[in-house]
Design a protein around this ligand. Structure first.
Ligand SMILES: [Zn+2]
Length: 468
């Protein structure tokens, strides 16, 4: 099967050129001068459209297996396709968690039956407890390992434990201390991998909660109990660990201006520290809580206008290298609880691309930069480039076609996740992914997923994983 995408403007991180893209089977077979005559089975006329390397969402909690009432892999990959994402990277903290090669392969098998887009898998670092498993996890092709800094884990399921009080110590894996994290960094550096961290220092969070002295009632209370210092302290420590070991340390879902400063300073000293932020930190502020309530409750919390502006500057100057949705659905019933009790997390995989295209339309970020942060840069970070993230000969024909002029309104009702509510409900945006191809096959048209599940696992390429 040969297909031609004809008449579009091809966007890469460094250029925009009018070119036709020839697809042969699952791969890109050529970039042709626009209007070139070729024999193909199918032709897509896409004049006026922008053509991106398929977008990648590196931060998705599919909840599968473990919490099917919140989300499952079929729904979240349909939602991804609908939003113009062709690869997601699934976080390891489903139940059971991905902590070794066996659980990695098991998860891959489960997901491949239902995946509508390709996917990579994260591994979970539980500190010293599974240090010996990291080589086999990377050898299996884990895109990175993640540590939930300061969280206790359930010893049998490796689930995150938010309230360890009252649970017997034997049933818990305590949070890794900084010395353990240093060892994890040393190991990940040796393996040529990436260590990513949820950065909120737990003893600072506990002290802040004691300072407040009562339950969280207002959004200001929530901010007071999760201060910037908690994120900044972890990032500063992460920078030191990265400096000491050479480990590539990646801060996920960075939410504060202070975080941006610390990452920037570290990068200026050539420390291998990188950072991700999320659309909710770039588009919302604390002031939105009055209208949105717990729908926008996430950890770390969404902060002030000043933080939002700093994060945008970080995106613009390259300090922030990747943007993920942190898709972390909960049921509407769960979210309808009080601010203190509602679980943290937004429904986000389907709105990642629309919100970023809208930002590009309004001039906040260049389309070329989007090709980096939502595709090539992310693919490189997680070791799946150039199979993913590249519009070039031999790469997977993962392509997202965007209508930059389409103006439309985001609606919770029309989401493809199991959870059909969103902080951006009713928001009008400009720019829309209108076609998505996964390894040469059409998987989305006009915002609707099409075709049968054909997503496959993509493994991190690991030149440095030893055979031992
Ligand atoms: Zn997350």
């Amino acid at each position: 099967m040969r297909a031609l995408l004809s008449g579009g403007m091809v966007i890469t991180p460094s250029s925009r050129v009018r070119a036709d893209i020839l697809i042969d089977g699952e791969r890109i077979a050529g970039m042709l001068e626009s209007g070139a005559k070729v024999d193909v089975d199918q032709r897509y006329e896409i004049d006026g459209m922008l053509v991106f390397p398929g977008f990648i969402d590196p931060h998705v909690h599919s909840r599968d297996p473990g919490a099917p009432e919140k989300e499952d892999f079929a729904h979240c990959t349909k939602a991804a396709a609908a939003g113009g994402v062709t690869t997601i990277l699934d976080m390891p903290n489903s139940m059971p968690a991905v902590v070794d090669a066996e659980s990695f392969e098991e998860r891959a098998r489960q997901h491949e039956d239902v995946a509508h887009v390709d996917f990579g898998l994260w591994g979970l670092s539980t500190g010293a407890e599974n240090l010996g498993e990291l080589p086999t996890l990377f050898k299996a092709g884990a895109v990175a390992v993640k540590v939930f800094w300061g969280y206790y884990l359930d010893r049998s399921t490796r689930a995150l434990v938010y309230e360890p009080g009252g649970i017997h110590a034997d049933a818990l894996i305590p949070p890794p201390d900084v010395g353990e994290l240093l060892e994890v960094c040393r190991t990940v550096a040796r393996l040529g991998g990436v260590l990513a961290a949820h950065c909120e220092e737990s003893s600072i969070l506990r002290a802040a909660a004691r300072d407040l002295g009562r339950d969280v009632e207002t959004y200001d209370d929530l901010l007071a109990t999760r201060p910037v210092a908690a994120e900044a302290a972890c990032i500063a420590l992460g920078a030191e660990l990265a400096r000491a070991t050479g480990c590539r340390f990646h801060v996920v879902h960075m939410a504060s201006g202070r975080g941006v400063e610390l990452v920037r300073q570290a990068q200026q000293k050539s420390i291998p520290l990188t950072a991700e932020t999320c659309p909710h930190y770039l588009t919302l502020t604390a002031a939105d809580h009055a209208a949105l309530g717990t729908t926008m409750k996430v950890f770390p919390p969404i902060r002030d206008e000043e933080d939002r502006e700093s994060l945008w500057r970080g995106v613009a100057d390259g300090t922030i290298t990747s943007i993920g949705s942190d898709h972390a659905p909960h049921t509407l019933e769960e979210k309808h609880s009080s601010l203190a009790n509602a679980p943290a997390g937004v429904v986000g995989v389907e709105t990642l691309v629309p919100l970023m295209l809208d930002a590009a339309s309004s001039g906040r970020v260049g389309m070329e930069r989007l090709a980096w942060i939502l595709s090539e840069g992310t693919a490189r970070l997680y070791g799946i480039y150039p199979r993913k993230g590249a519009l070039r000969l031999g790469a997977d024909a993962d392509i997202t076609v965007v209508d930059p002029a389409a103006t439309w309104t985001i609606s919770g009702d029309r989401l493809h996740s199991k959870q059909r509510f969103t902080p951006w409900d009713g928001q009008t945006v400009r720019g829309r992914a209108v076609l998505a191809f996964l390894r040469g096959a059409l998987v989305m048209q006009d915002g609707e997923p099409v075709g049968q599940p054909r997503g496959k696992l993509v493994r991190r390429a690991n030149p440095q994983v030893e055979e031992t």
